[in-house]
Design a protein around this ligand. Sequence first.
Ligand code: ATP
Ligand code: ZN
Length: 681
Amino acid sequence: MDKKTNNGSEGNGKLPKGQLLLILIAVLVTLFSANLMRSYMMSKSQKEISYDAFIRDVDDGQIESVTVRSTQIQLQYKKDSEKYNPVIQYYTIPMNDLQLTDRLYEHGVKMKRELQDTTAMIETIINLIFPIALFAMLMFFMSKRMGGVGKSTAKVYMEKETGVTFADVAGEDEAKESLVELVDFLHNPAKYTKIGAKLPKGALLVGPPGTGKTLLAKAVAGEAKVPFYFLSGSDFMELYVGVGASRVRSLFKQAQQTAPCIIFIDEIDSIGRSRGGYGGSDSEQQQTLNQMLSEMDGMDSSKGLLVLAATNRPEVLDPALLRPGRFDRRVIVDKPDLKGRTEILQVHAKNVSLDETVDLPAIALATSGAVGSDLANMINEAAILAVKNGRNAVCQKDLFEAVEVVLVGKEKKDRVLSREERRIVSYHEVGHALVSALQKDAEPVQKITIVPRTMGALGYVMHVPEEEKYLNSKKEIQAMLVGYLGGRAAEEIVFDSVTTGASNDIEQATKLARAMVTQYGMSEKFGLMGLASQENRYLDGRVVMNCGDATVAEVDKEVMRILDEAYEEAKRLLRENRDVMDQIAEFLIEKETITGKEFMQIFRRCKGIPEPENQLTPAEKLEQETEKEIAKQNAETELAGQNQNEEMQEFPSAQDVNGDVQDVPKSEEEETKHQTNLEED
Ligand SMILES: Nc1ncnc2c1ncn2[C@@H]1O[C@H](COP(=O)(O)OP(=O)(O)OP(=O)(O)O)[C@@H](O)[C@H]1O
Ligand SMILES: [Zn+2]
């Protein structure tokens, strides 16, 4: 979702440490030179006069006042004296003169005695102690900020025991399988080295954010009961030159001392980016990477030391990292499928009280495209909702609400749309839904809402897949395209103008149409030619075209044609069903949310289709069964009339959030692409 890999560490509000250091040095230099100047000037302005000259001046009545100190007598001449000078401080060395006081008194000279030479003392302090103190501070500061350069103990995050096991990681069976082997290496390295087998030094966990890569690495450590060292590639970004490399060195050194153990490097792409590749690798990154490479080469894996690294951008990694003896194993940690999602939900629901309405597989069906961290979030969010509503167990309705919260954000109650905006959003969403309902190959509509959400959606349509699909026919994909464009088509038909609200739809539709032409071999013009390969399946990576410029232009034309065709089809469908669209949109404007049932009722009424008798959605069936069961229970215990099931009624089966949301990890299209890919392999 919005868990984009954060490579930079800028913008944390604090002054960069380098700058602080510079400021400190500048202050020091200024103070120092100011001091030098001052004492220079002071030595200039002090002027000694002989004792007899002093006595003469006293007798002459030229002296205004004296300050007597142990080592000198400072003289202040009267303003009208010819010796008077504001910048010169006259003094004389005291003599053993017993009459001095009387003499001064006689001539009306003001007398002051200072026991200690305070100015001298202050001067010593300023000139000696203060700079020393500042220097000491500076040294202290520098040694602290270098974080142990030269010392072997840079701060490294370590867990003696992670306590995580493979049972905590749900789904991801293939990934777990290849990691189980590594656990055995760690357990008993001698068993392998005796035969002469070389143990693997590293494995690369590759997959989209939030799929449990960190969790898997911890599970390997937990299963092998070895310490777990953790380092995140992005931590290196804020460091000074040389610090990254030294951190890597000290990490490996520490790890080697506690072997067998696991070193886990998250976001390895931020240090392991291809040297001299695009993005401009800086020398600091290179140094760190080189250090890592040489540490791995020098590592003795027979001691049971294993380096795991995670990335969602394997294609940017330096090939040197992937060579034999380094991260030569690749473990794919992909987005979970329906079964995987069900299992992840079950793992996280283990410690949550659920009531009998809860149907986790239905939630899994509704969350195509969600990853482990999303699902974990949903369970937690549902638990919070249950507490908020004063219940002591989570029900299915909480879970469905949590799905929406995680995928499209919370309802934004304070965001009030104007009447005109509500009309436009309503028609837009009804356009999507109606087009889907009219095309037999599209999924039935489950819910439409125009309550704005925090993650940016003004409204959206939920679909219910009857089952999870891994392969889509050309017809289904075309229907999907028409569905994506239905919102914009409705706007054009009704308001004769279009808004920015459809930008995400258009992006999705274009991606899908392009994939039809270049990847699925679904265009007549280009046939089966594979024109592009997706650079990164794990993020919304760019697609690399494998053909010449002329062909690229042709592809663009073909994509445009497909989109135009789909748009025309959407408009045709909506024009022919204008009355249905108006009625549903009116209902939506008034109610803000319309359920699939209500939608179909209006739809059927307008189209003159009789209400089907016994055609229930799976969730409705479930609901009925649960009701029956409760009734039975009630009869058995002779308790009557408590329908604990009320809350669920609005929420039939599984749903698929599909709409104008920027960040929803999208589902059908991606799933289709991915599965099609698998098919090709
Ligand atoms: N397969 C899974 N089974 C159970 N829980 C999971 C699974 N995948 C993710 N989670 C939950 O999501 C949380 C985050 O996952 P984790 O940090 O391991 O993902 P990641 O792939 O390392 O993500 P990133 O790339 O953002 O670091 C986990 O702590 C766990 O609660
Ligand atoms: Zn839309």
